[in-house]
Design a binder for this molecule. Structure first.
Ligand code: TYD
Length: 129
């Protein structure tokens, strides 16, 4: 499942603040990581997860993520820090078209576990059918 969520910034003359609480995220966060220093030639991801739930927020710059779930392929343009995308289930993802200033923040429901990864596209197709 892929779900887009908008946040409401709290704006005043000092700037803006976005607060995101657990009910919005949909899971207890056990891990946070962020991807930065990528560029327009970078393409990464190329995997799905068995059980992980994730929440993606592009807090600076822009990038795109192509999500494939069952046979449905969807590209989401991450170009605003007031939107996030919740992902659960067996979803193949490829991340690309990074601006140089892109910082992609990812909140995850589990600590890092290589065994949760599906890194072979053929395995992904088998599992999603
Ligand atoms: P990788 O899965 O290749 O990143 P991406 O999905 O963006 O292509 O991860 C890069 C490296 O970082 C790899 O050696 C695994 C390691 N890593 C961690 O140690 N902890 C983490 O939480 C993540 C996401 C990756």
């Amino acid at each position: 499942m892929i779900k887009k969520i908008s946040f409401t910034p709290i704006v005043d003359s000092r700037g803006s603040l976005i607060a995101i609480e657990e009910p919005t995220i949909g899971f207890t966060v056990k891990r946070i990581y962020y991807i930065y220093g990528a560029n327009s030639a970078t393409r990464r991801g190329y995997h799905a997860h068995l059980n992980l739930k994730q929440f993606f927020i592009c807090i600076s710059g822009s990038c795109k993520i192509q999500f494939e779930e069952d046979s449905d392929v969807k590209v989401i343009n991450f170009n605003s820090n007031d939107k996030g995308v919740y992902v659960e289930g067996i979803v193949w993802r490829e991340i690309y078209d990074f601006s140089n200033d892109c910082i992609l923040l990812v909140l995850a429901s589990e600590v890092y576990n290589e065994e949760d990864y599906i890194r072979d596209y053929k395995d992904f197709k088998k599992l999603s059918n």
